[in-house]
Design a protein around this ligand. Structure first.
Ligand code: PRP
Length: 207
């Protein structure tokens, strides 16, 4: 029996499609149910930000999560496969027309992703004040809470609609299949079997 943590939210649809392709009609969560058991699998629907936590603590053997979230959380899990979906960037955004000037003192940066933000500026020896927000980050520069934001950009629509633009990309992200380190050894055959099935779906799409 393999327990699989799947994400709700932005990358959910594209992720569930892969499992629908593999498992067919048997793969269907009942309305509002967060758990689905089949003969050999137990699927859990969890928040995207919680997938790596389930996998790290071995509450799930494998999971699917965005690389941006993995980098932000820094939990020690095995990165098995890039699913080449949910492609987005983590970027710095500012009000349209403003320029990124890292020599300016007392820069304020608002973000959900404080660790990625911290690393980016530390690597450049720039001291900034990071303001942690939990969403609607694009508001911060508009009302003077911060000089810039670090946020996920997929289509760019949210920034554009709020009068912001990307001034610098920090990283590219996509959705990854991850495994718990112990499960990867103890349940190697089961993990590799599902890994191969998922690989085939991804390969068939990219032909
Ligand atoms: C992200 C991000 C932006 C938006 C960018 O939020 O914080 O608000 O998506 O997408 P766009 O470039 O296509 O407009 P997400 O949808 O991941 O929601 P969250 O705030 O719950 O993390």
């Amino acid at each position: 029996m393999l327990t699989v943590a799947l994400p709700k939210g932005r990358i959910a649809k594209e992720t569930l499609e892969i499992f629908e392709t593999i498992f067919g009609d048997g793969f269907k969560f009942d309305d509002r149910k967060l758990i689905l058991e089949t003969e050999n699998f137990r699927f859990l629907l969890v928040r995207n930000q919680d997938v790596a936590t389930y996998v790290f603590h071995q509450a799930a053997d494998i999971g699917v999560v965005g690389l941006d979230t993995l980098e932000e959380q820094g939990l020690d899990v095995v990165r098995l496969l890039d699913l080449r979906r949910g492609v987005c960037k983590v970027s710095i955004g500012m009000k349209v027309g403003e320029k990124l000037d890292l020599s300016k003192p007392e820069l304020k940066v608002a973000s959900k992703m404080v660790n990625i933000t911290k690393r980016y500026f530390e690597e450049r020896a720039v001291s900034v004040e990071i303001i942690k927000l939990n969403g609607s980050v694009e508001l911060a520069p508009l009302i003077g809470l911060a000089d810039m934001i670090v946020d996920v950009v997929e289509t760019g629509t949210t920034m554009k609609q709020n009068g912001l633009e990307v001034v610098q990309d920090i990283m590219t992200s996509s959705t990854y299949l991850i495994a718990n380190k112990n499960s990867y050894i103890a349940k190697k055959d089961e993990v590799l079997s599902i890994y191969e099935k998922i690989s085939e779906v991804i390969k068939a799409e990219n032909k």
